[in-house]
Design a protein around this ligand. Structure first.
Ligand SMILES: [Zn+2]
Ligand SMILES: [Zn+2]
Length: 255
């Protein structure tokens, strides 16, 4: 995951202390709404200006403590740290902020209205990041439970289709919505160069899960270098240590 920290985007300090929210049922998706310049997609320097501008607007005009969202995602797939993880957002509407964290896509209702493939992957990254830090499995739109068009018809439609990722993946296959977490099989799945590959049902179960999450992997029940490499990519998306070893933390984060 390509995270831009608050320090990196030179965020202002919160106007007062943010409210801790150690866990929530899940995440709600937002868009900027209004007009977003299509030029944003040309250069990530413009994303920096946009994120800074949103924070200034929320602090100066709305008089909120800080930028409303926990995370933001730009057309280049970068995940921008808003309020960050484990704190209350100000985005979902009165009384609705303690139920869900908030992720905002830098898309408008005019101008830039279509998400890039990188942005969609970035939204998955952002959700995975929050799930590894207290968010439950629910993913909803701002309009669920609140009178607004946010996150717009395009993103909301994508959400309703199960947030499929494009590219070489099959766009019509929905990502399963939070199946029950199977128990960690009890042995660490890892690949060591020069040693025999681990084989078994547990390896196959892990590979199947990677495949469900739209990673390219062969389900052959043998944990080789390709499985380890895929695990590392997935671990980065989930915000856990990317050592290529499937232990209980990685296992739990993937479901
Ligand atoms: Zn919204
Ligand atoms: Zn960008």
């Amino acid at each position: 995951m390509d995270l831009v920290t608050r320090a990196e985007w030179r965020a202002r300090r919160p106007r007062s202390e943010l409210t801790a929210l150690p866990s929530a049922r899940g995440t709600k998706l937002h868009y900027v709404g209004s007009f977003v310049s299509p030029d944003l997609a040309k250069s990530c320097a413009r994303c920096l200006d946009t994120v800074q501008g949103i924070q200034a607007y929320h602090q100066d005009s709305n008089r909120w403590t800080d930028i409303a969202y926990n995370l933001l995602v730009c057309p280049h797939g970068k995940v921008w740290e808003g309020r960050g993880a484990r704190v209350l957002s100000a985005a979902n509407g009165p009384g609705l902020n303690s139920g869900h964290y908030a992720v905002c896509a830098l898309l408008g209702d005019r101008g830039l209205v279509q998400p890039t493939a990188a942005m969609l992957r970035g939204i998955h990254d952002a959700i995975g990041y929050l799930r590894a830090r207290g968010a439950g499995g629910q993913v909803l739109g701002h309009r669920d439970g609140y009178s607004t068009s946010c996150p717009g018809p395009v993103l909301y439609g994508w959400l309703q289709r199960g947030m499929p990722l494009g590219g070489q993946r099959d766009d019509t296959t929905p990502i399963p919505r939070r199946p029950a977490v199977p128990r960690w099989p009890g042995r660490y799945l890892e690949y060591r160069y020069g040693k025999a590959m681990l084989r078994g049902q547990d390896v196959a179960a892990w590979q199947t899960r990677c495949k469900q999450l739209k990673y390219t992997i062969t389900v052959d029940g043998a944990y080789g270098p390709t499985s380890a490499a895929t695990t590392r990519v997935l671990q980065r998306a989930l915000g856990v240590a990317d050592d290529g070893v499937v232990g209980p933390k990685t296992w739990a984060a993937a479901w």
